[in-house]
Design a binder for this molecule. Structure first.
Ligand SMILES: Nc1ncnc2c1ncn2[C@@H]1O[C@H](COP(=O)(O)OP(=O)(O)OP(=O)(O)O)[C@@H](O)[C@H]1O
Length: 245
C-alpha cells in the first residue's frame, strides 16, 4: 500500500536558531535531512547540548523550524496554522517524556483516557475498553483506580506510554523516557515500546543517553553539534530485546 511506503516524517534541510538577544542568533540545528518510516524503532543519541530535544520538539510540531521543511504523513507543515498543527499532532503523534506529566488527581485509567477526553469530551465504552486493554498490555490492569503518586517510577512511565498510545499514533516521540529509572526498570520500559512498535507498526523515536538501550534499537541517529554525525541501521538488534518467543 502506498500508505506503508510513505515516511511518517521527512525533514529537508531543517534548521533551528534561537534568538539569544542583540543581533545574535544561535543556530542549534544546521540543516537536518532525515526520513522516518512506519515501524522504525530509532534511538536519537548525542552529547548534551547537541540539539536532541530541540530536534524532538520540531518533530513533534511543538516548535517551529527557522528554515527547511518538515513533512508529517506526507504533508508539509511549515505553513500550517496553529489549529491544523494541533490537529495533526493529536492525530498522529504520541509523546512520552522523562517526567511523565501524569495528572496527580486523576486515577490511572482517567490519565490514559486523557487524550481522548481532550479530543472527544466524555469517553465512551469503546474508549474505556481500549484504555483497559492498553493498561493490561503494560501490566497495570490491577492499578486502574490508583493515583499516579501511589505507583513506582517505572509504573508511572508505563501509564504514560499507555496514554501516548491511546490515540493509536503513527509516531511515538520519547525524550529520555527512562532517564530517572534504574537499569532493569528502564529495560522493561524499552520493552513496552518495542512491544507496541511490533504490534501496531508505529514508528518510535527515543532520545536516550544509555548506550545499552540504544543498542537494542534498529536504527541509531547520532547528533553532534546540530548535525547528523551518523545514521546506522542495524535491524538485527531486535534480537537483543526480551521479547517473548
Ligand atoms: N529556548 C532556548 N533558547 C536559547 N538556547 C536554547 C534554547 N533551548 C536550547 N538551547 C540551546 O540549544 C542547544 C541544544 O539544546 P538541546 O536541549 O536541544 O540539546 P540536547 O542534545 O537535548 O541536550 P541534553 O542531552 O543535555 O538534554 C544548547 O546549546 C542549548 O543551550
Amino acid at each position: 500500500m502506498s500508505d506503508m511506503a510513505q515516511p511518517v516524517l521527512a525533514l529537508e534541510a531543517l534548521k533551528k536558531s534561537y534568538n539569544i538577544g542583540k543581533p545574535n542568533e544561535l543556530e542549534v540545528l544546521h540543516g537536518i535531512d532525515l526520513s522516518i518510516k512506519r515501524g522504525e524503532f530509532t534511538a536519537l543519541v548525542g552529547p548534551s547540548g547537541s540539539g536532541k530535544s530541540t530536534l524532538l520538539n520540531l518533530l513533534g510540531l511543538l516548535d517551529q523550524p527557522t528554515a527547511g521543511e518538515l513533512y508529517l504523513m506526507g504533508q508539509p507543515t511549515r505553513t500550517m496554522d496553529d489549529e491544523t498543527l494541533t490537529a495533526m499532532r493529536s492525530r498522529h503523534i504520541g509523546f512520552v517524556f522523562q517526567f511523565h506529566h501524569l495528572i496527580p488527581a486523576f486515577n490511572v485509567l482517567d490519565n490514559v483516557l486523557m487524550p481522548m477526553m481532550i479530543r472527544h469530551g466524555r469517553p465512551n465504552a469503546e474508549m474505556r475498553e481500549r484504555a483497559l486493554q492498553l493498561l493490561d498490555q503494560v501490566g497495570l490492569l490491577k492499578f486502574t483506580d490508583r493515583k499516579p503518586g501511589d505507583l513506582s517510577g517505572g509504573q508511572q512511565q508505563r501509564v504514560a506510554i499507555a496514554r501516548a498510545l491511546m490515540t493509536r499514533p503513527d509516531l511515538i516521540l520519547a525524550d529520555e523516557p527512562t532517564g530517572n529509572l534504574d537499569t532493569q526498570t528502564a529495560a522493561g520500559v524499552f520493552d513496552v515500546f518495542r512491544q507496541f512498535n511490533e504490534a501496531y507498526g508505529c514508528a518510535v523515536l527515543i532520545v536516550t543517553h544509555d548506550p545499552r538501550l540504544s543498542a537494542t534499537c534498529d536504527r541509531t541517529i547520532t547528533l553532534i553539534d546540530g548535525n547528523i554525525a551518523s545514521d546506522v541501521h542495524e535491524p538485527g538488534n531486535t534480537a537483543q530485546t526480551s521479547k517473548p518467543g
